[in-house]
Design a protein around this ligand. Structure first.
Ligand code: ZN
Length: 242
């Protein structure tokens, strides 16, 4: 089966549409979504509409829960907090219902989907590198766990002896007996210094996985953020990819 895996759209419709267009060229069997469809960007409702159109396999992110009032936003930075309050005020009742229906994790084939971390997904821990992985490999049962949340693509590999390391190759071959925690990066608010939208492709029959990037209309996404009265910083950071 061919899968496209997306995470952290954050209401950035321009980035989302560009990624969907790229993905369509690959004709995947299924599209998987790892959470945070809303928060930061100016098009939460239209982003949910597009997500519903392309897949029914999705999990909840911390911004989705924050928009519902299910997560305390005291720990959010002031820009994120302002965006969540704006998003909460703008979501349609239908879309609130949709977000409420998203689970913390899903399994499909030999893959687990979680927004933050396999251990305590509801606590929204961040996995930035092998040092943060701790016992997370014990908390999912499949060969691969796909995550998002940090907005930084990352491939953590556990070999047959249980040794854990980072793979910087791209694409990679999914090896028998090895296990993986893979962050696919962010569609709508990249933070690794590359301002293009990130997503991933996985072909389970060919045991291949690839992190992908695509450029999108950043200017329009920025203008919309400013026009809606959201913090200008949220517009500017799209350009920096930080
Ligand atoms: Zn996010």
């Amino acid at each position: 089966m061919k899968y496209a895996i997306l995470s952290d759209v954050h209401g950035n419709l321009e980035a989302f549409q560009s990624v969907v267009k790229e993905i369509e060229k690959e004709s995947p069997d299924r599209i998987l979504f790892l959470g945070d469809i809303v928060g930061y960007g100016a098009n939460p409702n239209r982003s949910i509409d597009l997500l519903k159109k392309i897949t029914d396999i999705a999990v909840a992110g911390n911004h989705d829960h924050a928009a519902l009032g299910l997560t305390d936003i005291a720990s959010f930075n002031p820009y994120a907090r302002e965006a969540i309050l704006w998003t909460r005020a703008h979501l349609t009742p239908d879309h609130i219902q949709y977000l409420k229906g998203l689970p913390f994790s899903r399994e499909i084939e030999d893959m687990t989907l979680i927004h933050s971390s396999p251990r305590e997904p509801e606590e929204w821990h961040y996995i930035f590198g092998a040092g943060d992985i701790e016992d997370n490999f014990d908390y999912f049962n499949t060969q691969i766990c796909f995550i998002g949340h940090t907005h930084i693509p990352l491939v953590i590999v556990q070999d047959k002896r249980g040794e854990i390391g980072i793979s910087r190759e791209n694409p990679i071959t999914i090896k028998k007996g090895f296990r993986y925690v893979i962050n696919v990066g962010s569609v709508g608010q990249s933070r690794d210094g590359d301002n293009r939208a990130a997503y991933a492709l996985c072909n389970t029959a060919k045991h291949s996985f690839e992190l992908k990037r695509t450029a999108y209309d950043i200017q329009t996404a920025k203008e919309k953020i400013v026009r809606e009265g959201l913090p200008r910083y949220l517009a500017d950071r799209l350009e920096y990819g930080r």
